[in-house]
Structures are given as C-alpha cells and as structure tokens.
Ligand binder design. Structure first.
Ligand code: UDP
Ligand code: MG
Length: 320
C-alpha cells in the first residue's frame, strides 16, 4: 500500500507510554496538520510491557497517516529511533519523544525554517532540563562536558527533537554503525543547520524510562563511539609513569650504592596500588574499544520488527 510521498514524517519512539499515548499522538497529529497537508506519523513501540501496542493499534485505526511498528523487544531509544527513521518516507523527518516533553507546537516553526528558509537540519535545544532530579542534571552536565571535550562537537543542551531534510536522512542511513548515538551522529553529519530553543515540558504521564545504569551505558557508548582520545590518554599516562619510574629508579639505585637504602614499605604499597589501579583502568578502556569493535563486526541487525499496524486498518505481523 504505497501512497505518494508525504511532505513530513514524524518519528516517535515509545516505551511503556500507554496511559497518555493516545492523547499525545492526537496533539502531535494536530500540530503536524497545521504545518503541512500531507504528513505521516511513524510510531515505534520499543518492546513495551504495558498496553502501548494495543493503544497504537487503536490509534492506527483512528489517526490518519499513522503507522505503528512493534519491535520484538526493548532495543533502547536509539535503535527505536533508527527503525523509525529507516521507515520514514517524508521529504523531511521530525524526530520527537512521545511524552510531549518536546512541545508539538514547535512543529510549524520547524517546518517553516526548513521549507521557508532552506535549513536542512533544525535542532531544538533545551533552555532548561525540565524537572529532572539533581543527580540526573549533574550526571548530564558531567557527561556533556566530557563528550564535548573528547568529540569536539558541542552537544550540551542538544536534544533528540530535530527536523532532518531527506538529504540528511539519506546520509544518516549510510552510517552503518550498530552502536548509535543519534545526537552525536546528526552533529557529525553537518549540513545547513539552525537551532530553535525550547523549554522541556513536564511529562504528560508515566515516568522517565531511563535508569541511572541505562544512562551510564549510553554515556559510555557515546564516548567510545565518538572519540578515541581515551586510548591516547592511556598512552600519555603510560609515558608519564615511565618517566617517573626512571627518576625513582635512579634515585633508588643511587641510595643503594651509597648504602643508605631505606625500608620504604608504605611507599612500595602506595606505588603498587596506584600503578595497579592505573593498569586496570587502562585495560578497561582498551577493553571498551575492543567490545565496541566486537559489537560492530558481529553485524547484527540494529532492531527487529515484529508487527506493524497502519491507518488503512490492515495489520500485518512478522516482517523483517
Ligand atoms: N524510549 C524508548 N525506549 C527506551 C526508553 C525510552 O523508545 O528504552 C522513549 C520514550 O517512550 C520517550 C522517549 O524515548 O518517548 C524519551 O524517553 P524518556 O521520556 O523516558 O526520557 P527523558 O525524557 O527523561 O530523556
Ligand atoms: Mg521524556
């Protein structure tokens, strides 16, 4: 069932959002309708455990232009986004969250910047971080500080709320990596871009699906995917320790020859501990990169689709 190419595709990854999803989709569809005539909503159910898929089946019967895909399990937001972008057919693609924290009223403005002013990427940047807990805010600021420094891209206040022209989407599809970090990848792509500030709204319902562990994993994946500087730092630390060891070695030898060698138990223990932990950390950093290479060479699919429900009412299952 192929209709003509829509002007705009809106990609929305969702995970356990059933209690407010229907209303959110109606709001997003209304905002899209005010921006252009022909649009599609691509909603990816990222292996939700609640009634999200049932809500999406219902929504696909009543909201025109909506196509819902169901992943075979929870692959994580980045993979769900990837599934959505790969299935989007629009001349521009907007990516946004399904909890209305990315305000749909900005959609007409984003479309105007793209269609009217010819920007190929419209990035919405956060002017606040919503009502996040202090530890999430502190973690985010530490992570972005580190990532900006290591990768050379300014990702502070970046969000996944973006409009991408089809040219950019085409380029994005050529990036074959398995470990994805959408914000970083879209920064890497370049193209003519502009920013649109927005206030992160409070969630319409439910709770954020990110645990501290999943955020830490994303942070580590992003750093490893975007920079090899940690490997270089390990090498530098190695050199610094080598120089220190030469100095301390000569000092010890001279003491020994002069017959005034001291029994420095504490010094030995401290040196052992420091060098031991630096070696462990270094092996860990190298291991992260080997793990990332292993993950990439396996070449597994980034997500698996286990169901699709489209506005025409037809429901198919199990497609690749
Ligand atoms: N999400 C997802 N898979 C996940 C976690 C989250 O598709 O494993 C979706 C979620 O349903 C929402 C968006 O990603 O639409 C942002 O997630 P959330 O609101 O939990 O994150 P936050 O707004 O706190 O960054
Ligand atoms: Mg949210």
């Amino acid at each position: 069932m192929k209709s003509s190419k829509p002007e705009l595709s809106i990609v929305i990854p969702v995970f356990n959002e059933s209690d407010h999803l229907y209303e959110s989709l109606v709001t997003i569809a209304a905002a899209a309708a005010s921006a252009c005539q022909h649009f599609e909503l691509i909603v990816i159910d990222d292996g939700s455990k609640d009634q999200t898929w049932e809500v999406l089946e219902q929504a696909s019967r009543s909201i025109p232009g909506l196509t819902a895909f169901r992943l075979s399990r929870n692959f994580g937001k980045e993979s769900a986004l990837c599934a959505g972008i790969e299935h989007a057919r629009g001349k521009a693609v907007i990516v946004m969250d399904g909890d209305l924290q990315h305000p749909p009223r900005l959609i007409p403005e984003m479309v105007e910047l793209w269609r009217g002013q010819g920007f190929e990427v419209v990035e919405c940047v956060k002017t606040n971080r919503g009502n996040e807990s202090w530890n999430k805010k502190a973690g985010a600021s530490l992570f972005y500080g580190l990532l900006n420094h290591l990768s050379g891209f300014d990702l502070k206040n970046a969000s996944d709320f973006k409009l991408l022209d089809e040219k950019v989407v085409e380029a994005w599809r050529k990036m074959p990596e398995r470990t994805m970090f959408f914000r970083g990848m879209s920064a890497w792509l370049g193209f003519r871009r502009t920013q649109l500030p927005f206030n992160v709204e409070t969630r319409t319902g439910g709770a954020s699906q990110w645990s501290i562990q999943s955020l830490a994993r994303l942070a580590l994946d992003a750093v490893v995917a975007f920079s090899t500087k940690p490997l270089r730092i390990v090498t530098y630390i190695g050199f610094i320790f080598f120089i220190c060891s030469i100095v301390i070695g000569i000092h010890t030898l001279v003491n020994k020859l002069q017959g005034s060698a001291v029994t420095g138990f504490t010094t030995v223990i401290l040196l052992q501990l420091i060098i031991g932990s630096i070696i462990m950390i270094s092996i860990g950093i190298v291991g992260e990169y080997i793990g990332a290479i292993y993950h990439e060479v396996k070449g597994r699919p980034r997500y698996l689709i286990n169901g699709r429900s489209q506005h025409t009412g037809s429901v198919q299952t199990l497609e690749e």
